[in-house]
Design a binder for this molecule. Structure first.
Ligand SMILES: Cc1ncc(COP(=O)(O)O)c(C=O)c1O
Length: 372
């Protein structure tokens, strides 16, 4: 296989699914397909009993083509064309997320028996890859939408997303308090919201350490208990990154090592950059672990790491302070760890003529008994 490419270890995907199922027990896990839409990934998760969060018609078709029943698919994107909602409904999908009244009207027009999930705004404080601002509504809007959906005969629930790669274990508490208050107030006017969707945010293993997933699970279950006591609603979650990040290793080749008179630093250019799948390094937000064949004790100095395209935004790490061995040579491969999430799915399809990031798999056939 020619670099750049990602190798996904499907056994690690399975282990992650089992660990998260245990950490958030009694929670329906809907894998956020956008994190890695590789068919073997979906098939392995489907065989384990996962449900799926999809964002578009192609993701719906992909998940259905893996034999997943429509009842296990949730159309979680809050920004949907009405014809796409109609398509989803024709396929038998009944679960839709909205954060505006106008989106609810589209859903009611095309899928009158829908299970409607209303997404609350979260500021994503503490997340390395925040998802705030663009999504979610405040308490007052959420209440109105939940009442309208309930009055229209829909089953309802509430979701939020604390931001991707969330490092604050208490981030789930405040939105859960809002959910509880909404359930109380809405149930005075119409059917009570039935479920809470805990969203994503569970971490991959990058340079900055995060606690084990069981510690996240303990914190979230404590928040649930503090808010709902023994009366917890039906729970869902939409993990993306956690299930696939650590299962992937990206292999990229050194194309050029240079020192130029305009900059004292060494620049290392590799064949996979920001446009080739490393989009989450924008703003140096996600800091991957880099490995070379050189001994860890070999002399090393600080570098700037950049991609191969003719675009000056294609700089992977500059200020983050990465070191690489001084005798790193052109043609060597750098392995970038925990690159199974948001890499192949972010890769451009042909910017500067470079092929999209390829993906291969190991442990493709081994299957153990279902986790749930
Ligand atoms: C609606 C929705 N759900 C779930 C996820 C997955 O989040 P994460 O990868 O942090 O688990 C995302 C990520 O963008 C999302 O947009």
């Amino acid at each position: 296989m020619q670099t750049p490419y990602v190798i996904i270890d499907l056994d690690i995907v399975e282990t992650k699914f089992r660990e998260l199922s245990e950490a958030l027990h009694s929670t329906e896990l809907c894998y956020a397909v956008k994190a890695n839409p590789g068919k073997p990934v979906i098939e392995r998760l489907a065989a384990l009993g996962a449900s799926f969060d999809v964002a578009s018609v192609p993701e719906i078709d992909l998940v259905l083509s893996c034999g997943v029943e429509p009842a296990r698919i949730s159309f979680g994107n809050t920004i949907k064309k009405q014809r796409d909602i109609a398509y989803a409904a024709q396929q038998g999908i009944t679960r839709f997320t909205v954060d505006t009244m106008s989106e609810l009207h589209k859903v009611l027009a095309e899928a009158p028996q829908a299970e409607v999930c209303v997404r609350l705004f979260h500021d994503c404080e503490g997340a390395d890859w925040p998802l705030s601002k663009k999504f979610g509504c405040g308490f007052a809007d959420a209440k109105k939408i939940l009442i309208a959906a309930g009055n229209a005969g829909c089953t309802t629930g509430i979701s939020f997303h604390v931001g991707s790669q969330q490092r604050n274990l208490d981030a789930w508490l405040a939105p859960l308090q809002l959910c509880q208050q909404l359930i109380t107030e809405v149930s005075q006017e119409t059917v009570a919201p039935e479920f809470v969707n805990l969203g994503g945010g569970y971490p991959g293993s990058y340079l900055d350490d995060t606690p084990h997933i069981s510690v996240y699970g303990d914190a979230i279950r404590k928040s649930l208990y503090d808010v709902f006591g023994g009366n917890t609603p039906r729970l869902m979650a939409e993990p993306g990154r956690y299930l696939v990040a650590d299962a992937g290793t990206l292999h990229t080749e050194v194309v050029l090592v240079s020192e130029r008179d305009i900059d004292a630093r060494r620049w290392v250019y590799v064949d996979c950059g920001v446009f080739g799948g490393l989009a989450e390094t924008l703003g140096e937000s996600i800091r991957y672990r880099l490995h070379t064949e050189h001994d860890a004790s070999a002399p090393a100095s600080q570098i700037v790491l950049a991609g191969p395209t003719c675009d000056s935004a294609d700089i992977i790490y500059d200020k983050a302070g990465y070191f690489l061995p001084d005798n790193l040579q052109v043609g060597e491969v750098i392995r970038i760890a925990s690159t199974g999430a948001y890499t192949t799915s972010y890769s451009a399809i042909g910017f500067n003529g470079f092929a999209p990031l390829a993906q291969g798999y190991i442990n493709i056939v081994a299957m153990k008994e279902p986790a749930v």
